[in-house]
Write a new protein. Structure first.
Length: 92
């Protein structure tokens, strides 16, 4: 019972604060546009970095992360749908 209590507290807190999984953990390319566009620049950069690293297996260059973050944000706000994954956005 004592081991379960902290997990229950964390889950309850997330439920009541309305956090989506991508706001709590780094989901990378699985992040949905509706979550991505509401994140701050730091969190968006983390998500894009993870997505690019997962795709290539190597740490991406900062210029590629910056360009991909900007193009993904633009795509999500124009052509992408709220439930589209950021990995679906065309990137460099």
């Amino acid at each position: 019972m004592k081991r379960i209590a902290p997990a229950v507290i964390v889950i309850a807190t997330l439920m009541f604060t309305g956090c989506s999984p991508s706001q709590v953990i780094n989901t990378g390319g699985d992040t949905k546009c509706k979550d991505f566009v509401t994140q701050d620049e730091k969190k968006q950069t983390e998500e894009v970095t993870k997505m690019l690293k997962d795709a290539s297996g190597a740490e991406p260059e900062s210029i590629k992360v910056t360009a991909t973050r900007a193009s993904t944000q633009t795509w999500c706000q124009t052509l992408g749908k709220p439930d589209s994954k950021i990995s679906e956005a065309p990137h460099l």
